[in-house]
Design a protein around this ligand. Structure first.
Ligand SMILES: Cc1cc2nc3c(=O)[nH]c(=O)nc-3n(C[C@H](O)[C@H](O)[C@H](O)COP(=O)(O)OP(=O)(O)OC[C@H]3O[C@@H](n4cnc5c(N)ncnc54)[C@H](O)[C@@H]3O)c2cc1C
Length: 354
């Protein structure tokens, strides 16, 4: 079999890259070990415009948002699946410092809400909103598992998907291309998520991964709320009183327990919920997986920095906790670099960052 690009790992990164390459006329083969639980398979998929303790717009928000929306819409049209749900976020302030910081931001802005934020109305008998808050309209969530499945089906239709464990030691790299088992390709791109430095080509890339827990809930008392509600933790409505809630950031974890949901992790999410909700809920499911973090939540893309040896081997990783927003932009940039030889910007270029 001969393809243009072999993609190792069909999570969010591998899927986004596959769509971009296919749209450039490339033949791709995605190799994925088809695990039941991965970061992409359990992600809430939320895009949060104003984030972090400083309550500032996320990095290059407008640019990435525009591109992400267009990219997901294109996939929706091609697959007939509804994938991206634009939903505002009701951001409740968590008291003390956060409230002061927000008041300072309003004062700096002549008493007006900063760009993109609106005054908040919320039912205080359901939510703990005593310290105020604001609403973010330019937000939403991607149904990531559905996006992955729609992508897999599209790849299967083109004989472009195979379930297998890809062992980098089985890869032959030659000046004109690569070979893996019976497959010859122009290049191979590793999109392995948090295990991205567990192969001989990229074992020098420093990861700082974060395990995260997420819960499935029933909360009939909040069933009328259609916005995502965030106060240190977040609550994502799925309809009919069903919600997802999260998430934890655990920087120390046993790699062999990467997808094990622990009591401590679940209790941490529940304690976030206690600070958010006044009405009772029932936990009906829990999951955990590891976010691939390299430098904050900035992607890292490019071909191997040893071009003479491994110039046919590439890397797309580091989506962190903002993959849904940032991923489409950098998938396009990388695909265009691979096919049309356009440059990769310095901030995300594997070759210029280590
Ligand atoms: C609890 C939680 C909540 C999150 N919420 C959000 C959110 O709200 N918004 C957001 O933007 N992001 C969120 N994220 C982060 C998001 O999940 C990641 O940014 C993104 O999914 C990473 O995608 P990836 O493709 O790089 O990695 P992965 O999803 O890990 O995909 C890697 C794929 O490669 C496969 N693979 C690895 N090695 C091999 C091999 N040797 N052979 C074959 N296949 C292999 C794996 O099986 C997997 O399918 C969340 C993550 C977690 C854990």
């Amino acid at each position: 079999m001969k393809v243009d690009t072999l993609i190792v790992g069909q999570g969010l990164a591998g899927s986004l890259l596959a769509w971009e390459l296919i749209s450039r006329g490339q033949r791709v083969l995605a190799v994925d070990r088809d695990e039941p639980v991965t970061s992409s398979k359990i992600a809430a998929g939320i895009v949060t415009p104003i984030t972090g303790q400083r309550l500032v717009p996320t990095w290059r928000l407008d640019e990435f948002w525009r591109y992400a929306i267009a990219a997901y819409r294109r996939v929706e049209i091609e697959t007939g699946e509804w994938l991206f749900h634009p939903v505002p976020i009701a951001r409740l302030l968590a008291g003390g410092t956060e409230k002061q910081r927000w008041q300072r931001r309003l004062a700096e802005n002549g008493g007006k809400h900063p760009r993109g934020a609106l005054p908040l109305t919320i039912d205080e008998s359901i939510f703990r909103a005593g310290d105020g808050g604001f609403e973010m309209p330019g937000a939403g969530w991607l149904d990531v598992p559905r996006f992955l499945e729609a992508t897999r089906q599209r790849l299967l239709m083109r004989s472009g998907w195979v379930a297998a464990e890809f062992d980098a030691d089985e890869l032959e790299v030659m000046p004109g291309g690569v070979r893996w088992r019976g497959v010859a390709a122009e290049r191979v791109i590793f999109c392995q998520g948090w295990e991205g430095n567990r192969n001989r080509f990229f074992d020098w890339v420093p990861f700082r991964n974060a395990k995260g827990h997420i819960l499935d809930l029933l909360c009939p008392g909040a069933a009328m709320e259609t916005r995502i509600v965030n106060r240190a933790g977040w609550l994502l409505p799925l309809g009919e009183g069903r919600f997802r809630a999260g998430a934890t950031y655990e920087w120390q974890f046993e790699p062999e327990n990467a997808t094990l949901a622990t009591v401590a992790g679940c209790l941490e999410v529940e304690s976030k919920l206690t600070n958010l909700l006044r009405v009772p809920w029932t936990v009906v499911g829990q999951q955990a997986a590891v976010r691939p973090v390299i430098r904050e939540s900035r992607a890292l893309i490019g071909l191997h920095p040893a071009p003479d040896l491994w110039g046919r081997v590439g890397f797309f990783n580091g989506l962190g906790s903002k993959g849904v927003l940032n991923g489409p932009f950098f998938a396009r940039q990388f695909a265009s670099h691979l096919v049309e030889d356009t440059p990769i910007e310095e901030a995300v270029d594997l070759r210029r960052n280590f």
